[in-house]
Design a protein around this ligand. Structure first.
Ligand code: CU
Length: 120
């Protein structure tokens, strides 16, 4: 007797293997590579994720998802956004390795960090 489910199992196994390979490939990826983009959400007086590690050349975009205005200001003045209203965005491309601690100038207790270091 032929069981239909068995006929499709080699394909199912291949599909599962492909999914596994994809999952492993994604997990093994280093921090964002050069030219990539990373988004940091601003919501409820919080930068999320609070810390991101990126490769030089990565553009980080902050998006204000909060219902009040915020800013993004580097403590060493490497970058500084204007006031971002709700859904406002600010992008900065990090070409120099190092740690960049930033805060919201309207609510200085809001802080975040971008760590820029070469992948690998
Ligand atoms: Cu703020």
């Amino acid at each position: 007797m032929r069981v239909p489910a068995l006929r499709s199992s080699p394909a199912a196994a291949l599909f599962a293997a492909a999914l596994l390979a994809l999952a492993l490939g994604l997990a093994a990826r280093p921090a964002a590579a050069a030219g990539e983009e990373v988004t940091v959400s601003i919501d409820n007086f919080t930068f999320t994720p609070a810390e991101v590690t990126v490769a030089p050349g990565t553009t980080v975009t902050w998006v204000n998802n909060d219902d009040i205005p915020h800013t993004v200001v580097d403590k060493k003045q490497a970058f500084r956004s204007k006031v971002l209203d709700t859904e406002g965005k600010y992008s900065f491309t990090f070409n120099t390795a190092g740690d960049f601690t930033y805060f919201c100038s309207l609510h200085p207790h809001m802080t975040g960090k971008v760590v820029v270091k070469p992948a690998g």
